[in-house]
Design a protein around this ligand. Structure first.
Ligand SMILES: Nc1ncnc2c1ncn2[C@@H]1O[C@H](COP(=O)(O)OP(=O)(O)OP(=O)(O)O)[C@@H](O)[C@H]1O
Ligand SMILES: [Mg+2]
Length: 263
């Protein structure tokens, strides 16, 4: 739970990013508190995935900064930056599993290539097997560890992606559209997993989604991304009762779409 004085873990300051002539982020400001789940909402193409890539330092801003515990992720020297990045994990939009590896090998892959970020030590074969089993059980996939990704349904692939993420116990979790393309029951399973992973890892999470139901089942706070800036940020009550016409239009449209989908 959030105390009365939330601690800012990630501070995004006046972030600008363009591709050619296309200005995507236009002076975006946003603070993410330690221990919360912040949901980022916004229309398709507004720059939500671009923002996530800036936060995990895959891309650098043209101007402005992403500060994590006060340190600028883009300008930290190599080793310090790597250490910071290892504390973060992202579930990409398409789950991005390696097709030639089994599900279990996919889940354990990181720790076959890197030492455990928490201890700095390499994990031996037996311990790794145990870690993979534990991660698979967190997402209810123990029985499919030996299968190939092509044998899994879309929802199972997302869960395998989640298992791969929890394996190295990141403190900062980023989810890009974790429920898109899933049926409502599977989507709700993923939402529950996002919540249980958050509690288990005592993590801070950022969830980008179009799915208003998903947003409301995982979010502590809600940020509305519009035309390169965060137009609104607030808790659930403030979000649902926002008088901002763009937020209202978004909520209205989302509700309509949900209704149409479940009809
Ligand atoms: N590497 C890139 N090169 C050129 N343009 C890019 C690049 N990455 C993103 N863009 C452009 O930036 C804009 C924002 O893209 P982004 O993928 O962040 O949108 P989004 O909000 O995540 O959309 P969606 O909800 O559909 O996933 C788009 O117009 C996209 O074409
Ligand atoms: Mg996107």
């Amino acid at each position: 739970m959030l105390g009365s004085e939330p601690e800012v873990l990630i501070d995004i300051q006046d972030l600008w990013k363009r591709y050619g002539k296309h200005e995507v982020l236009k002076g975006l400001n946003l603070q993410i508190y330690k221990g919360e789940t912040l949901v980022i909402l916004g229309r398709s193409g507004v720059g939500k995935s671009v923002l996530l890539r800036q936060i995990i330092g895959i891309e650098k801003p043209d101007k402005g900064a992403v500060l994590i515990e006060g340190k600028n992720i883009a300008t930290l020297p190599g080793a310090k930056r790597d250490r910071m990045l290892r504390r973060m994990g992202m579930l990409f939009q398409g789950a991005a599993l390696f097709d030639s590896l089994t599900v279990g090998q996919n889940v354990g892959f990181y720790l076959t290539q890197n030492p455990d970020p928490l201890t700095g030590k390499w994990v031996d074969k037996n311990a790794l097997k145990e870690r993979v089993g534990e991660a698979l059980s967190t997402v209810g996939l123990v029985e499919v560890g030996d299968k190939m990704p092509s044998e899994l349904s879309g929802g199972m692939r997302k869960r395998a992606g989640l298992a791969r993420l929890v394996l190295y116990r990141p403190e900062i979790l980023l989810y890009d559209e974790p429920t898109t393309g899933l049926d409502p029951v599977t989507a709700m399973q993923i939402n529950n997993m996002i919540n249980s992973i958050q509690a288990k890892l005592k993590a801070t999470s950022i969830v980008v989604t179009h799915d208003i139901k998903s947003a409301l089942s995982v979010g502590d706070r809600f940020a509305f991304h519009h035309e390169g800036k965060i137009l609104f940020v607030g808790n659930r009550e403030q979000f649902l009762s926002s008088k901002d016409p763009l937020v209202q239009a978004f909520l209205h449209e989302a509700a309509l779409t949900e209704e149409q989908l479940t009809r």
